[in-house]
Design a protein around this ligand. Sequence first.
Ligand SMILES: [Zn+2]
Length: 188
Amino acid sequence: MDLTVGGFGAMTSLGHSLVGASVGVLCMPAMDKLYRRLIIFVAIIAMANLPDWPIPSWGHFRLVASHSIIVNGAGIVCLVVGLHLQGALLRKPHRRVIIGLIVAWVSHFLLDALYVDSRLTLFWPLSEVTVSLPVPWLKTLPHVPPPFDERIIRILMLETMTFLPLLVLAAAIRRWRASARMPVDPHC
Ligand SMILES: [Zn+2]
């Protein structure tokens, strides 16, 4: 079974990045320096794309170990144990960021499974069964742009319309939480 990118189209990073950004908006600490919040935000988006990182024998070069929840689950366990040993799990804001990183990472597999022409060997190396939960309008790219032809633009637009509402919702929740935290003026 050909599971390299040549076997079927490349999934864009747009949906993963929008979902990562949504998680980032919800998990960024409220009281922290702007540059630190930006680093956390970018790290969570990067984590949402981690299984696709362009590393030889990983990502779209070969969708086996990179898209296995067994392999990635072991990576998540190593991350949590490493952070625990560093004492990073003790502080509540850190815990929220770590949960955000893990949720963004795990979201990658759900999203990839939603594409019409996806077939993920999620349980490799225990099983080579492929998983797909296709949503009719989510399709992989016929080629990696450029060029941005009509077909590519249509795929990217449908992906944006599917996942952008999550980012809007996350921003609304963050705003609502911030306003709920603000002290009430007793004279009002
Ligand atoms: Zn992927």
